[in-house]
Design a protein around this ligand. Structure first.
Ligand code: 0O2
Length: 271
């Protein structure tokens, strides 16, 4: 197999990773726009390097003709969550999507690996549209918390440093660190609802401020400028009180004013 064929083989996998990154990032954004708690903290992806694919084929005895079936993580997407509970939410979301079909799951949360690795893996079938028509490929989706990711990234670097045979004393430290990570995730879950409330409030405030400033700018273009400066000062006063209810009331009043002002300017244009 020459280099040109490798590129041709990997192109649809690149496409799948790019598309899935957009889709999962949009899902997070959609939650934010609707003032909902997003179960996704961040998303990243990669296509396996040729050398890494070759290593996997050699270690598992996979022939070239079985490459795409046998190496199921050529395309990989990693979804990072804030809390352990979010992992199940994301997995359930993936199960019910119509643009991918779950082929298999590996629950390294219920069955932690000997190394201390914890994560939830799903292999999904995903179809990309290419110039040669649709191509159905496998994508590995890893779902884990930020804490689990910290552990896995560090351990991965050590695997690289020690070429896969981590010395016993380092392996023991990693096992202890993994136990500490599990405890940390459990502790964070205890305060989950409080953190979620705080984050949602902060998101509501961010969205409100954005809407209010847009309305103020629009009014400034259409209305009595001195009045609009007064409105702006009132906004700054309310904002400094950190009273979300008052800010919401102010935002609604401004919506009505902006609507009235828009209607008036349309009438003026029509006459
Ligand atoms: P990379 O560089 O991430 O691509 P299997 O024979 O099916 O049990 P397989 O096919 O490796 O083994 O599947 P598994 O166990 O689900 O692992 C797939 C990926 O999960 C790995 O890909 C890693 O990304 C991650 N992973 C699994 N076990 C560990 C672990 O002990 N430590 C860390 N840091 N990551 C792990 P690759 O191809 O190994 O690496």
């Amino acid at each position: 197999m020459d280099i040109h064929l490798w590129k041709e083989l990997l192109d649809p996998y690149e496409q799948a990773v790019s598309e899935l990154l957009v889709k999962f990032r949009n899902l997070k954004e959609e939650h934010r726009k609707k003032n909902l708690y997003p179960p996704i903290e961040s998303v990243s992806g990669r296509v396996k390097t040729v050398s890494s694919i070759l290593e996997k084929m050699q270690s598992k005895g996979i022939a070239f003709e079985d490459l795409e079936e046998g190496v199921d993580d050529i395309a990989g997407v990693r979804i990072i969550c804030q809390f352990v509970e979010d992992i199940a939410t994301v997995a359930a979301h993936i199960e019910q999507r119509t643009d991918m079909e779950v082929r298999s799951r590996k629950d390294y949360l219920a069955n932690q690996k000997k190394s201390g690795y914890r994560s939830f893996h799903m292999i999904v079938w995903y179809t990309v549209q290419t110039v040669k028509g649709p191509k159905r490929i496998q994508v590995e989706i890893q779902i884990r918390t930020m804490a689990m990711n910290f552990w896995a990234t560090t351990e991965h670097s050590l695997q690289y440093k020690y070429k896969g045979s981590i010395p016993e004393h380092v392996a023991q430290q990693l096992t202890r660190a993994s136990d500490a990570i599990e405890l940390l995730d459990r502790e964070m879950s205890q305060v989950r609802s409080e953190i979620m409330d705080a984050q949602i409030d902060s998101q509501i405030e961010t969205n409100l401020v954005k809407d209010i400033l847009r309305n103020i700018e629009n009014l400034y273009r259409l209305d009595n400028k001195r009045e609009v400066v007064k409105i702006q000062n009132e906004f700054y006063r309310i904002f400094s009180t950190h009273n979300l209810d008052e800010l919401e009331r102010f935002g609604k009043q401004l919506d009505i004013m902006a609507e009235g002002s828009r209607a008036q300017s349309v009438d003026t244009l029509a006459t």
